[in-house]
Design a protein around this ligand. Structure first.
Ligand code: HEM
Length: 408
């Protein structure tokens, strides 16, 4: 069992998990009228919310401001991210898209990407240039998933920088507090992004390759119409919004967990086969996607609370993963946890919308941790740094993190 060391982790977490525990006990479905949202904190209630798409819909269209009028012609389906494909869609329409999209991300397809992921991660680590101290979020955990995605999508080398700027723009656009002028600029960029993706789709339709975009074009399912180019452009955009910030956070969180639990770090160094369990337990202990949003389609009674129709419901996965009805001593980071218990983790959701990129995310985080441990050996997190925290509604994780190699 891993021993917990006092470190920045407990400072950063503050009493968050204590508050979640109190809510699970006394107000498991908390209404926050000023935010117009119902927050669900118990494991079983959260499973109900994420599995019951008939009463808890994923079609919440108001995550973004409307497209400015002068761009209606260039963005005829709205912003690509809101095209009803995966995250913002419900069965039965979701079922068809999901069946087709997951053909491009099967475990065997993802396994073929491993050498490329290792190459990209290795090249980023080389930039640390042998220094014993390195900032690993901006310099590593952040660029890694974006580089991986642009490579897997088969974006031409000369377009990657621009593609990654567009990808960043998609995520920026989802920040509710950005100033109007910036919102306008980002909207213009989204129109350029759409033009670009549709052009790539035309090229790949004529001349398909081994990449993920070609996989989406070629995906077939008996009796189902193939994915349209509009749908694929929406899926590509959702891969960015769902798969980049989350993976960055997952890498950051796993590194912090290792630094806080030196015996787990020793284990991972001695036997890299232990790393997948380290990653899984880290994502359980601190879910990078802290919660998911749904909207009620009718009046629902849940956890003793009556929720009206068309109300927003925020299912706090981070709280579910600390529910003592499912996890023994849930606050403890324990890589010896029973496998069946650990499988209950909701870090990647469950049911209809279970993370489409879970296999890829696990591979990226495992590779990142493995290569960083090879490069640094045992490391600590120096205490002379501030660790700014990503505390957006959905994601949590360090935005900046310096590691220091212990003398070997
Ligand atoms: C540590 C990293 C990640 C975490 C913690 C994570 C977490 C999640 C969660 C909790 C959901 C469920 C959303 C819901 O129920 O509304 C989800 C869905 C999804 N994720 Fe991930 N994710 C990660 C990485 C990725 C990656 C790398 C990709 C792809 C590049 C990806 C693509 C998706 C997509 C497309 C969906 C929507 C699936 C659907 O609606 O059918 N995710 N993810």
């Amino acid at each position: 069992m891993a021993q917990s060391q006092p470190n920045q982790l407990s400072v950063l977490e503050g009493d968050t998990y204590e508050i979640f525990a109190q809510l699970r006990e006394s107000s498991p479905v908390l209404h926050l009228p000023e935010d117009g949202v119902y927050v669900v904190t118990r494991y079983d209630d959260i499973v109900t919310v994420i599995r019951d798409h008939e009463r808890f819909s994923s079609q919440h269209h108001d995550i973004l401001q409307p497209v400015p009028e002068h761009l209606h012609e260039r963005l005829p389906d709205g912003y690509l991210v809101t095209i009803p494909t995966l995250v913002t869609n419900d069965p039965p329409a979701h079922t068809r898209v999901r069946k087709l999209a997951q053909k491009a991300l099967t475990p065997s397809a993802v396994a073929t990407y491993e050498p490329e992921i290792r190459r990209i991660a290795g090249a980023l680590i080389d930039r640390f240039d042998g220094s014993p101290r390195a900032e690993v979020i901006g310099g590593f955990a952040n660029p890694l998933p974006t580089h991986v995605l642009s490579s897997l999508l088969g974006i031409a080398e000369q377009d990657r920088r621009q593609f990654e700027l567009w990808a960043h723009g998609v995520m920026q656009l989802m920040v509710p507090t950005i100033p109007d002028q910036q919102r306008l600029e980002l909207a213009e960029q989204q129109a350029e992004f759409r033009d670009y993706v549709l052009r790539v789709l035309d090229e790949r339709t004529r001349d398909p390759g081994e990449d993920l975009i070609s996989g989406l074009i070629l995906a077939e399912e008996a009796g189902e119409p193939a994915l349209t180019h509009t749908e694929i452009s929406g899926i590509v955009t959702q891969l960015i919004t769902a798969g980049v910030e989350s993976t960055t956070a997952g890498i950051g969180i796993t590194l912090m967990m290792l630094a806080a639990h030196p015996d787990a770090m020793d284990r991972a160094i001695e036997d890299p086969r232990a790393i997948p369990t380290v990653v899984e337990e880290a994502l359980r202990r601190m879910a990078p996607a802290r919660g998911v949003l749904r909207e009620t389609t009718c009046e629902v009674e849940l956890g003793g609370q009556v929720i009206p129709p068309r109300a927003r419901v925020f299912a706090l996965l981070a709280s579910a993963n600390h529910d003592a009805s499912r996890f023994e001593c849930p606050h403890r980071f324990d890589i010896g946890r029973d496998a069946a218990e650990l499988r209950q983790s909701l870090a990647f959701g469950q049911g209809t919308h279970f993370c489409l990129g879970a296999v890829l995310a696990r591979l990226e985080i495992r590779t990142a941790v493995e290569l960083l441990l090879e490069r640094f050996g045992r490391f600590t997190i120096p205490t002379d740094q501030d660790i700014p925290w990503n505390s957006s509604l959905v994601f949590q994780g360090p935005l900046r993190l310096e590691l220091e190699a212990e003398p070997r």
